[in-house]
Write a protein that binds this ligand. Structure first.
Ligand code: TYD
Length: 138
């Protein structure tokens, strides 16, 4: 699993002069079924979120409002993706360290996740993540 697997997913967009509409169907617009939805909001300027990796979790991250930057790191390669469209999602596969920053005022970061919340699925220590990601490759 690498940052190359983490890509922007274009979601359906029904344009309408009354306001646009986007929909997401579990398992259809991403390769996993949705078990959990959470969102970050009221993020103070200059804040950073993330700072962890997941062992098994698949996620789709959407900027429902405003914008922010997601820095991805698979232990070898890094890439940064800016999200600012509510009809685009960033798919993040397991074993990717992510930091999220540069939140605009009023930004809402919604995450669709493949599993219920489980603290045991997290790497919160970068050196532990790095050791395990390299072990998986060997
Ligand atoms: P965390 O995943 O560290 O947030 P982020 O990656 O967005 O910065 O979670 C912050 C806190 O919220 C932590 O104590 C765990 C709790 N939490 C839940 O209880 N359920 C959830 O679904 C999530 C994502 C977090």
């Amino acid at each position: 699993m690498s940052v190359k697997d983490c890509e922007i997913v274009e979601l359906p967009k029904i344009c309408d002069p009354r306001g646009n509409l986007t929909f997401i169907e579990s398992g259809r617009h991403m390769g996993f079924d949705i078990r959990r939805v959470y969102y970050l909001y009221d993020v103070p300027g200059g804040s950073e979120r993330g700072g962890h990796a997941h062992k098994e979790l698949h996620q789709l991250v959407i900027a429902m409002s405003g914008s922010f930057d997601i820095h991805l790191d698979d232990g070898k390669e890094k890439k940064t993706i800016s999200l600012n469209r509510s009809y685009q999602g960033l798919y993040i596969c397991p074993m990717i360290w992510r930091d999220i920053d540069n939140f605009s005022s009023g930004a809402v970061c919604m995450v669709l996740a493949s599993e219920y919340y489980d603290e045991r699925d997290y790497y919160r220590d970068y050196s532990q993540f790095f050791a395990n990601v390299n072990k998986a490759v060997e």
